[in-house]
Design a protein around this ligand. Structure first.
Ligand code: UT7
Length: 321
């Protein structure tokens, strides 16, 4: 038994912020942001619009694409770093919105890798027969933890949501997932505030993202390269077998480096970083839904998902659509 993706959906908040808009409020330029990251614009949630609000829209689209009703969902695994509240968990809040109460609903927190982690957890429930219609979400309002006085991170992060529905299938499906973490790198990418630890001095009692960009970049390229090779080796597949790479959208240069490792032309990479920026847990399901809805990713295609984020955490998933 396998778990198969039977529907995808995504949602971006209405407000679009261009590089030129950011250049008005900080010492940066459209040219620098495009050259160093590939980002051209991104979406920001409206005031009061929360992660669960974005997730609900993405979830409803994924459920509709699967030909189901919200009441059919019997498991929710919600990947996020920016939940609405400490508790109830974002999965439980989403479950109430969708009116599919009763089954398990929980969140998985692994920074930008949260969706890959959530997918890996949910597919096991489905594969083992413990869930029949699982909703897997990646959603963030990262602008709530963005420090707009720090140009090295403020130009990168954005808001959005993506979701997939999994169902049991005798054919693969999610072929394999590969999760990793190395907590000894936590100082290179972290958030300055938390409930138990409180706030870092000098942050004005705000929880904001801090990243050593250059160091993070190097580890990301190495670990993502290893992770995609691991997925192929585990399944004895040649690089050429993969139809589409759906990467975490942090930086176009990281994506190009991983694609090169796979001998994959950029035409076979789903690229959304230019329009979405880095939406952390939402970036992979947003890119997947983009590729599915514009007709590039077709049923039967072999798709390789990968992500890397704070922790550090990283991972990949090999999926037959
Ligand atoms: O999603 C989680 C995982 N995240 C990642 O994987 C992100 C990994 N890192 C990156 O994507 C890149 O390191 C960044 C985009 C964050 C930075 O790019 P970089 O090419 O590594 O730049 P840098 O940090 O080496 O900075 C180069 C220069 C510096 O100036 P000096 O010291 O050379 O004079 C920075 O001060 O660019 C300057 N700089 C900027 N200039 C204009 C940094 N940020 C900006 C900015 N606008 N926004």
């Amino acid at each position: 038994m396998y778990a198969r993706i039977i529907g995808t959906g995504s949602y971006l908040p209405e407000r679009v912020v261009h590089n030129a808009d950011l250049a008005k409020i900080m010492d940066t330029s459209d040219e620098w942001i495009r050259e160093r990251t590939g980002i051209e614009r991104r979406h920001y949630a409206a005031e009061g619009q929360t992660t669960v609000d974005l997730a609900e829209q993405a979830a409803r689209r994924a459920i509709a694409a699967a030909g189901l009703n919200p009441g059919d969902i019997d498991l929710i695994v919600f990947g996020t770093t920016t939940p609405d509240l400490v508790f109830p968990n974002a999965g439980a809040m989403l479950q109430a919105r969708l009116g599919c109460t009763g089954g398990p609903a929980f969140s998985v927190e692994a920074a930008c890798s949260s969706f890959i982690y959530a997918l890996s957890v949910a597919e096991k429930f489905v594969r083992l027969g413990e869930a029949k219609r699982a909703l897997v979400v990646g959603a963030e309002t990262l602008t709530r933890i963005t420090d707009f006085t720090d140009r090295t991170t403020a130009v990168l992060f954005a808001d959005g949501a993506g979701a997939v529905v999994l169902a049991p299938s005798e054919e693969p499906g999610i072929i394999s997932t590969h999760l990793h973490a190395d907590g000894s790198y936590q100082h290179l990418l972290y958030c300055t505030g938390g409930i138990s630890k409180g706030y870092e001095p000098g942050t004005g009692n705000r929880a904001v993202i801090r990243m050593a960009g250059r160091e993070t970049f190097k580890v990301a390229v190495t670990m993502l390269g290893n992770s995609v090779e691991e997925a192929l080796a585990k399944n004895k597949l040649a690089k050429s077998a993969v139809n589409w790479l759906v990467p975490h959208q942090a930086n176009i240069r990281i994506i190009q480096a991983v694609a090169k490792k796979l001998d994959m032309p950029m035409e076979r990479v789903i690229l959304t970083v230019q329009e979405h920026g880095n939406t952390s847990a939402a970036s992979v399901p947003l890119a997947l839904d983009t590729g599915v809805r514009d007709g590039r990713i077709k049923q039967g295609d072999l798709v390789l998902l990968e992500a890397f984020g704070g922790g550090f955490t990283w991972g990949s998933a090999l999926v037959r659509m």
